[in-house]
Design a protein around this ligand. Structure first.
Ligand code: TYM
Length: 327
């Protein structure tokens, strides 16, 4: 049976990258397949964090899930930290994972290795992410391109666990977005747009940015000294990124055809502004309505956590039994 699991880490205000690479695809798939989507708050503890800000960002992200169109009557929405199965399975998987493979994880190499004050949880983070997925026996995981290595690890751990202890876990597939799987920073199109950047970073479009802010950020986006609109990631990364964003917002997947419609960078940018604003305006309106009714979001998350706990229970029981725990 198909089952979709994914999550977003509340470490910053969600960006257009989070939407195009992940969230909009959650919304599309929810009517086809059983889905669980969480705000993965435990993952936000792996780096320096402020508890009050974490709580606010978690609420904002959960509200954005609903505002984007996730329907709690068809999919399960919850906070990771409300479901003990994640941390429990994570420990069991740590007993299957190797220090060597975790040491090769790009995020750890870039943000943590060789620093004595790196939190241990940053090192074990990909194992917790594997638990997020494997606890529900997910078959598909819609994520952006940057999660590829983490998904590979989750698959490796599932295969290894099953080989060592018996067929308990399902090996999941990554389902990347057809376009805009890696939205780049508007000011530096060689690095990905990141919600972890400072709130006022000019290269990241936030889902709650008002139209004038979106316009300013897009019109000031770095392109290059040429004039010809082509989709060439190597030679023209800034222009390629704008085409990716436009394709992601409009559903056009043939980016070469899209490029041919533009005679100048200016006209391309104007259409990007219009497409992004058209996407975000209804979402922001729903966000405002939901934010005025916080109790509703809380109730959704509470019910979601109960449901998620029930769905994970048989896998946790089977994993413990296979490992020789219990009577
Ligand atoms: P996170 O919180 O960094 O990002 C959430 C989702 O957004 C995607 N994404 C992007 N896609 C396109 N362009 C971008 N610039 C961009 N930035 C982010 C990410 O690929 C992701 O799909 N480890 C994960 C969260 C996680 C998770 C999970 C995901 C924890 N457990 C279980 C799926 C299943 C992360 O840090 O994503």
């Amino acid at each position: 049976e198909r089952l979709v699991v994914s999550g977003i880490k509340p470490t910053g205000r969600l960006t257009l990258g989070n939407y195009l690479g992940a969230l909009c695809r959650f919304v599309d798939v929810q009517h086809e397949v059983r889905c669980l989507f969480s705000v993965v708050d435990l993952h936000a503890l792996t780096v320096d964090h402020d508890p009050a800000r974490l709580r606010a960002l978690t609420r904002e992200a959960a509200t954005l899930y609903l505002a984007a169109g996730l329907d709690p009557s068809v999919c399960v929405l919850f906070r990771q930290g409300d479901v003990p199965a994640h941390a429990e399975l994570s420990y069991l998987l740590e007993c299957t994972a190797y220090v060597g493979e975790l040491g090769r994880m790009i995020q750890y190499k870039e943000k943590g290795r060789d620093r004595p004050q790196t939190r241990v949880s940053l090192f074990t983070y990909p194992v917790l992410m594997a638990a997020d997925i494997l606890a529900y026996r997910a078959t598909e995981v819609p994520v952006g391109d940057d999660q590829r290595q983490h998904l590979e690890l989750a698959r490796d751990l599932a295969v290894r666990f099953n080989q060592l202890y018996g067929p308990v876990l399902v090996v999941p597939e990554m389902t990347p977005a057809p376009v805009a799987a890696r939205v780049m920073d508007l000011q530096d199109p060689t690095r990905k747009m990141s919600k972890e950047d400072p709130d006022d970073a000019p290269g990241a479009i936030r889902l709650l940015d008002p139209p004038d802010v979106v316009r300013r950020k897009v019109m000031r986006a770095v392109t290059d000294s040429g004039t010809h609109v082509r989709h060439d990631v190597q030679a023209q990364p800034g222009v390629a990124n704008l085409l990716d964003i436009l394709g992601g917002c409009t559903g056009e997947t043939d980016l070469n055809a899209l490029a041919q419609r533009y005679a100048s960078y200016g006209s391309l940018k104007r259409d990007v502004v219009d497409a992004v604003v058209a996407l975000l305006t209804p979402l922001q309106k729903r966000y405002a309505d939901l934010a005025a009714n916080a109790g509703e979001v809380d109730a959704v998350l509470r019910r979601g956590a109960e449901r998620a706990t029930e769905i994970a229970a048989p896998t946790i029981t089977a994993a413990k039994r296979a490992l020789g725990l219990g009577g």
